[in-house]
Design a protein around this ligand. Structure first.
Ligand code: 8YV
Length: 313
């Protein structure tokens, strides 16, 4: 029996690419100048799609792959996959939860500290030799602040635990109240934003959470408030965020994700109260390797008829 046909729709680390190529008959979407050519030549035999946070399996791709059995995402977020269609057609879906939780939560705290303590400006101050001409201006204390978290799932909880180490008060907004009396639950996002210093977006992107950060929420957070986005760019109405920052209606923003990656609104480039990262939440050598092993384990389990390691659908 020949190797199983697998379609890779996003670039992944070399280790994962090589392992997939060793174990399967791998088609890389970018090797085909026309997607239609790939689908005409191989669409009938592809049994698995591997994607990531920026490319998954939409309804058109799923329709074009009649033998598709599984979509495995090299990410925890699965907003690029048509989950309803997968459910309807009995196509399995896996992602890479847990292994990346620490890194993403670490990065949320890193964004907060970088922003509040103005680490990037301070570094430039030293490198430019300006320290010799006087001391740097005072910054903002993090310890003891109130953190509002949107989404108290794996990542939200990990952010909360870390923030507890900084003696922060934790409050949150999510679909359901959790069994955690230490954290204050707000059933209204506006209430949460009005009552915290730092608002962290840590929920999955769904139809309900698209643009969950809108003008009203930004205004509730206010000129002293700070927004941290380690979720998805589409959680935030980006033009509203940009105008709030330019007009001083929001205190600052630490962003790892954007609405139209890798495009970042250029109006933000000149602002010192903004920290901009290139979607590196899970981007450590250790975590990306663990994500790769999890993805490979899921595919192996599926094709051996064993239970999936991290089934979503
Ligand atoms: C990745 C992510 O950036 O897990 C997610 O949802 O956004 C990320 O870990 C990406 O999928 C890695 O290629």
């Amino acid at each position: 029996m020949g190797l199983i046909d697998v379609l890779l729709v996003a670039k992944v680390i070399p280790y994962l690419d090589q392992e997939l190529n060793k174990r399967y008959n791998l088609f890389r979407i970018w090797d085909f100048p026309q997607k239609s050519q790939l689908l005409t030549q191989h669409g009938a035999s592809i049994r698995a799609v591997v994607g990531n946070a920026s490319a998954g399996a939409d309804s058109n791709l799923i329709e074009a792959l009649p033998k598709l059995e599984i979509v495995s995402s090299y990410s925890v977020g699965v907003d690029m996959i048509d989950l309803n269609m997968c459910k309807e057609k009995g196509i399995r879906v896996t992602n890479t939860p847990d292994v990346l939780t620490d890194d993403v939560a670490d990065l949320a705290i890193c964004l907060i500290l970088t922003l509040l303590r103005r680490i990037l400006e301070c570094d430039r101050f030293v490198r430019s030799g300006n320290w010799k001409r006087g001391d740097y201006k005072l910054t903002t204390k993090f310890s003891g602040k109130t953190i509002g978290i949107i989404g108290m799932g794996r990542i939200g909880t990990a952010v909360a635990k870390r923030a507890e180490g900084f003696n922060c008060s934790i409050c949150y907004y999510s679909r359901t109240q959790k069994q955690e009396p230490k954290y204050k639950y707000y059933p209204s996002l506006i209430e949460l934003a009005s009552n915290c210093d730092i608002l962290v977006v840590a929920c999955p992107l769904t139809e309900e959470t698209h643009h969950i950060i809108n003008r009203e929420v930004i205004n509730a957070l206010g000129p002293k408030g700070v927004l941290i986005n380690i979720g998805r760019g589409k959680h935030v109405d980006e033009p509203e965020l940009v105008s709030a920052l330019l007009e001083g209606r929001l205190g600052g923003a630490g962003l790892d994700v954007y609405e139209n990656e890798p495009h970042v609104p250029e109006e933000l480039f000149g602002l010192e109260n903004v920290v901009l990262l290139p979607h590196i939440g899970s981007g450590t050598v250790e975590t990306r390797a663990a994500m790769a092993d999890l993805l490979l384990g899921n595919l192996e389990a599926h094709f051996l008829g064993k239970p999936l390691l991290t089934p979503l659908v």
